[in-house]
Structure formats: C-alpha cells, structure tokens
Design a protein around this ligand. Sequence first.
Ligand code: PHE
Length: 465
Amino acid sequence: MTHVAQEKWSSGTAFLLAAIGSAVGLGNIYRFPYVVGENGGGAFVLLYLGIVAFFGIPLVMTELTIGRRKQLPPISAFTALSEGKKSQPFWKCMGWINVLTPLGILGFYFVVSGWTLNYVYSMISGQLNNLVEGQTLKVFTDMQQSPLTLIFWMTISLSITAFVISRGVKLGLEKAVKILMPMLFLILVSLVIYSAFNGGMRETFEFMFTPDFSKITGKTVLEAAGQAFFSLSLGSATMLVYGSYLPKKESIPKLACGVAFADTFVALIAGFAIFPIVFTNGLELDSGPNLVFVTLPIIFDQMPFGQLFGILFFLLLAFAAVTSTISLFEPAVSNLEERGILTRGKGSLLVGIGLWCLAAVSALSMNILSDVRLLTFSDTVASKNIMDILEYMSANAMMLINALFAGIFVGWVMKRKDVLEELGLDDSLLFKFWRVIIKVVVPVVISVLILQLFELLDPLMAFIL
Ligand code: PHE
C-alpha cells in the first residue's frame, strides 16, 4: 500500500479553531438548551460539567494521542500502533468502525443542518413574520413533510462541506474555520447582549445553576454523558484525525482543555441566549426539539429587531453546523487519501455521493418512508424511524463504544513510554491520575452506560442481586 504523507495544521491555533469548530455544533446551540430544559436545569448542568471535566477532557487527550503518535488516520493508526500484538486484527477493525461512525452521524446531521439553512432563508425572506404559535409549528412540520425542501437544503449543506474538504487541510479546513469561527463567536455574543436587554437573565441563572438532585435518574446520567460525548466530538474519529495533523511540538493536554472549555462555554452561553427570551415570554422550556425551530421564531417575530436577530440566530446555527460536518466528513477522505486509494478531490466526491444517498433516505424517513421500521426485534428501537435509528446507532451506541475502546487502547495496548512522550506530562501525578481514569474508570463507567443504553442494566442487576 502506498502511504501518502499527511498535511499538518499551520499552528496550534489553527488546530484549536478547527477542533472547537468541530465540537461546537448543533449539539451546543440546538440540542444542549432543550436537553437542559427537558431534564430540569441545574442538576443536569452540574452533572454535565462533571462528566466533561472527569471523562471528556481525558478522552479528548486519548483520541488526540492515538492520532498524533504515528500521524495517521484511524485505520492505519490503530494498525500501526498495535503492530506485533495478537489483537492487531481487532484494532484494525476498530479503525474501520471509527471511520464509519462519523458517516452514520452525517446521515442525519446533514438533514438538520439543512433545516438551519432553510430557516436562514425563511427568516430573510420574511416567511416567518407575523405568525402565531400554531403557525410556526405548521411551518416546521410542513418543512419536514416536504421531501424536496429537505433534500434541497441537505444537498447545499453537503456540497459546501465536500467542497471545503476537497481543498485540503490548510486551504480548505483551516481557511473555513478561520472565517467562520470568529463570526460564530461575534453572533453569539450579540445574541446574549440582545437577550440581556430583554430581561429574564436572573431566572436563567437560577434555572441553570440551582441544582435539584431529585431530578437525577439513571436515564439523566446517560443523557448527560451522551450529550457531553457528542458535544466534544468524541468516539467519532474526528479528534483522532484532527490530532494526526497536529505538529509534534504542540501540547495535547493544553489543547484538549482549550477545546473542552470553549465547547462547554458555548453550550452554556447558548442557554443564556435562548432561555431569557423564553422566560420573559412565559413559554415552556421543555418543548424539546421544537424549542429552536418553533418557539424561538414566534418570539423573534414579536421582539424589536426580531427579524434581524432571527437571521443572525439561524446563521449562527448554520455556521456551527458546517464546521462540525467538515470534521465528520474528513476521516473517511483522509483515510482514502493516506492509503493511496483516491486523491482528496475524488475521495470527497465519492464520499459525498454515498452520504447524499444516506442523508436522502434519512430525510425521506420523515415523510414518505415514515412508516418504515428497520429494527422491530427490540422494544428500545422498535418505534424509531430510519433517521432516529441512524442517530441512535451512530451518535449514541457507536460513539460510546469507540470512546470505550480508545480508552482501552491507550491505557492497555499502547506503550506507556510512547503515551507519556506524546502527552509531554512527565511522569507526574497528573499523568498518573489521567492514566487511572483512562485505564479503569472510563472502561467501567462507559460499559455501564452502554448496558443502560441497550436497557440491559436492570436485567443484569436483577440477575446478579
Ligand atoms: N460536536 C458536534 C456538535 O455538538 C457534533 C459532532 C459529533 C461533530 C461528533 C464531530 C464529531 O454538534
């Protein structure tokens, strides 16, 4: 096999922007606020912060280490790093699963990122002006019922992503995040200032930071962990591939903390942009996925300069989404290019065509194919349509499984000396602490979460006790 040398980020800052761009996405601005709303606020936020600090940061470090050690994409990295071990075929297979997981995520992510583009357009063209509550719901459901609208916007979102990827690390990825990330931040800050002037900040503070621990159940823990992993782009080859482009002189622990901090900060700030508006207008916080696409447009319609801020808000979502789709698209193309199978341009085209088919099926599962049920043998998934199954399998199950095995790989398979060198932490207490988390705590906790996800935990406990 001809290995093709990989491009590198031009600096640590370029990596940071791209990795934050990957982490900050629909998960932070669309999903985090409604999940916090559904799970009762403070206690969930606290749990989330704990998970990011104790599991999120160590796992980001782990994935960056696997990628950077040999500066190779997942399949080659896992294979090279397990050279000479009996378990090598298994790890090679894990490399493959790592490359496939982000494609599964993109199967539904492109559709939702298409919604955000559609809403930017609808806001600009005034289609969301002078509407009352029931009507914004109708706009949202009409969009989901229209295969053409969904596929049109999904195609635009996919084409932008494929174009950026085809231009390579420096000219494509780096250039895109250097433009998009500052704009994203500016829009976010202006939205928070706008919200602050319209009241509701005190209630938001109380809601987000006063914990009511009676709200925490096994399901909440799973939800918080799933949200944290998704938001930090863990278990999806992304950090691994972005790590493989990282120059050796950059410090992995510092950058991992930077990414986790920025990602969490943006999620919290998104809460401060959205909740005050909801509080001052006496609306429900637990409206789930409808919060952003149904509730907010009504409020924007009634507020001073609402249309302008509505446009900015959906633009923010669209920018956040595209820097994430770029990072989800990259592993497959990087893999094809490095293994000498296809050039970057051809790889982007091929992966793009495959993904278009997957995302189109997932868009149709909201309308024409809404009655199709693929998995009927398990109660957990029997009621899910194709898009929901894709999300469940990739963004929940596979991400947890990949993160679990990344931990096991770095903790138990890679040489301690190599890991130490890559992290540059010396043989310090911090390194020992990190290693215990990765070797023992992560495998145990994630295994429990996986059992809980497949609803196997209770039967297992009943069997043991
Ligand atoms: N972190 C992104 C978000 O919050 C989603 C994502 C997941 C991106 C996995 C890359 C890898 O929306």
